[in-house]
Design a protein around this ligand. Structure first.
Ligand code: C5P
Length: 235
């Protein structure tokens, strides 16, 4: 906490891939009538554009300059960069890997920090129709770096095996041919990179509430999160 006031109340939902943070964050935003920021989509857009433009994911300066120059728009499920529709592309596994490689670099993280913080200003100035000012932001470092003064920080975790199972089912439901062992290996690789990096590693903020969703349904998780929201006087 830095004691600085945010333009609108903010709830952070951080956690590793497949922990269910996206489902929780979108459900909370919908219930509260607040805006939603999926920060992982910003990193995924950078990963997709790096692959598209042949920028190596170990070239920090080139990636940062790519990130600074991109005009990124996220709207609901939709994602665009410089007018190119990346909605489907950013969900691909090669893009997820490129995103997590690009996200290791401090200059890349710095390049999108302002855009992430601007989401709280937009939430204050332009709440959703019939909603109220407020932002639910999900990612890895929402509570530790981007919004250290958030009113509520949730760190959603689950075992790697459970997260792999969920991701496997999702991909199968999309009609994709996948192998559970590969999905688990991808999750473990991404965990290692996200937790092991020097810049904004994945870790709970000291004032975060940790929820382990391994044996919980999304309904249970949402119920627990809504109880915290009420406790903090946010609804
Ligand atoms: O959340 P999602 O899995 O879509 O994020 C893709 C990648 O972007 C993550 O593996 C992580 O490396 C990176 N990321 C990050 N910080 C965030 C959100 C995502 O480093 N706040």
């Amino acid at each position: 906490m830095t004691g600085r006031r945010l333009p609108a109340p903010v709830i952070c939902v951080d956690g590793p891939s497949g922990s269910g943070k996206g489902s929780l964050a979108t459900a909370l935003a919908e219930r509260l009538g607040w805006r939603y920021l999926e920060s992982g989509a910003l990193y995924r857009v950078i990963g997709a554009m790096a692959l598209e433009r042949g920028v190596a994911t170990d070239d920090e300066a080139a990636l940062a300059s790519l990130a600074q120059g991109l005009d990124i728009e996220l709207a609901g499920e939709g994602a665009q960069a410089d007018g190119i529709d990346l909605t489907e592309r950013i969900r691909d596994e090669d893009v997820a890997a490129a995103a997590s490689e690009a996200a290791r670099h401090p200059q890349v993280r710095q390049a999108i920090l302002t855009q992430q913080r601007r989401a709280a200003e937009t939430a204050a100035a332009e709440p959703p129709a019939e909603g109220t000012p407020g932002l639910v932001a999900d990612g890895r470092d929402m509570g530790t770096v981007v919004f250290p003064d958030a009113e509520l920080k949730i760190f959603l975790d689950a075992s790697a095996e459970e997260r792999a199972q969920r991701r496997y089912k999702q991909l199968r439901n999309k009609g994709m041919t996948v192998n559970l062992r590969n999905v688990l290996a991808n999750i473990r690789d991404r965990d290692a990179r996200d937790k092991g990096r020097a810049a904004s590693p994945l870790q709970p903020a000291s004032d975060a509430v940790i929820i382990d969703s391994t044996d919980m349904t999304i309904t249970d998780v949402l119920r627990q999160a809504l109880a915290l929201v009420r406790e903090r006087g946010l609804a």
